[in-house]
Design a binder for this molecule. Structure first.
Ligand code: AVJ
Length: 325
């Protein structure tokens, strides 16, 4: 039955690294307060993000899905039999293309999604198990770095680690370098990495994608505060913040902020944190870097990974990069 083929492990804050320390660090940071972007993805935030992926302005998901539908078979042929790992799995739409391709190569498929949103992970897993009778799912609920440290030895000859949706763009260059080193360490020689990345393009197109006409991105941005309110007994007033997304051409990244309309003192009781926010002060909630394929390639190679090939759309808006450990 479906239940026999599903196993979920919850990895959350430990004694040495209690949950929420990163929130304290970010809200205490001066001059620019920030919040770790993974706090967007509670159940409500994950649903809002799904709505974003359907927006006419948000070309990223649509373009990546098209690339996956076109090239999944070729990717599976290049790697051969694999176990699939996915960081930030979110909805199951993307992985379906890969699962279908790999299902043709092998009688049994192991899929290990890693996501901070347990509700999303569970719903997607159940839907997948119904459609793929040869599939076994071992999900990890937690952040990427903790999830990667808990990967069991593969049951297949090798693994394909998928990091899609340009979530890599949420990492600063330094964090990105550390992430690649972690991959180099936790992957075995012969394992593969499939990276989905958003590419540098016309600023107007980028700005529209993060300032949609319906205001879904604004709601998604504010929801990070609602999440902190319930998670850590806080009293943020999400509606007293304005959504702002700009493109920083020097860092080649979209930056999303929440601008406070008034002076407020915010308390997060469960974290024993009180912080003052001035009128007009901003909280940085996300960076979304845009990549040049050549420099991404040299960063991966510098980390010891081998470049196999990249697939891009005719506009060169998005790329899927296949690498080998
Ligand atoms: C899921 C991190 C790739 O950066 O485009 C969408 C999140 N933020 N709209 C992105 C997001 C605002 C998204 N990632």
């Amino acid at each position: 039955s479906v239940g026999d083929r599903l196993h979920l492990t919850y990895l959350s804050g430990s004694k040495t690294d209690p949950a929420g320390q990163d929130v304290i660090a970010g809200l205490s940071c001066s001059p620019q307060k920030y919040l770790p972007s993974y706090y967007f993805y509670d159940a409500v935030g994950s649903r809002l993000f799904e709505q974003i992926t359907d927006l006419p302005e948000y070309y990223l998901t649509r373009t990546e899905l098209a690339l996956l539908s076109q090239h999944a078979k070729e990717i599976a042929t290049l790697t051969g039999i694999c176990e699939l790992i996915e960081l930030g799995s979110g909805s199951d739409r993307k992985i379906r293309y890969l699962l279908s391709a790999y299902a043709q190569l092998q009688p049994q498929l192991v899929y290990r999604p890693i996501d901070v949103s347990g509700s999303m992970l569970k719903t997607s897993a159940i839907a997948l198990l119904k459609d793929y009778p040869q599939l076994w799912i071992n999900g990890l609920v937690g952040t990427y770095d903790i999830g990667l440290e808990h990967l069991p030895p593969p049951l297949a000859p090798r693994r394909l680690l998928c990091f899609l949706g340009s979530t890599l763009g949420n990492l600063s260059p330094v964090e990105c370098q550390r992430f690649f080193s972690q991959l180099y360490r936790v992957l075995n020689v012969g394992d593969y990495l499939l990276l989905g990345v958003d590419l540098v393009k016309d600023t107007k197109i980028l700005l529209a994608a993060y300032n949609d006409a319906q205001g879904i991105t604004a709601a998604f941005n504010r929801n990070i505060l609602s999440h902190l309110n319930w998670r850590f007994q806080g009293n943020f007033e999400p509606l007293a913040f304005d959504h702002r997304a700009i493109y920083n051409p020097v860092a080649q990244q979209i930056e999303m902020y929440l601008d406070s309309q008034n002076t407020q003192t915010v308390t997060l009781t469960a974290l024993e944190l009180t912080c003052d926010i001035a009128a007009g002060e901003s909280i940085l909630t996300e960076i979304s870097r845009k990549f040049w394929l050549d420099s991404l390639r040299s960063d991966l190679v510098a980390a010891g990974l081998t470049w196999v090939r990249a697939f891009t759309d005719p506009n060169h808006w998005f790329a899927l990069c296949l690498c080998c450990r």
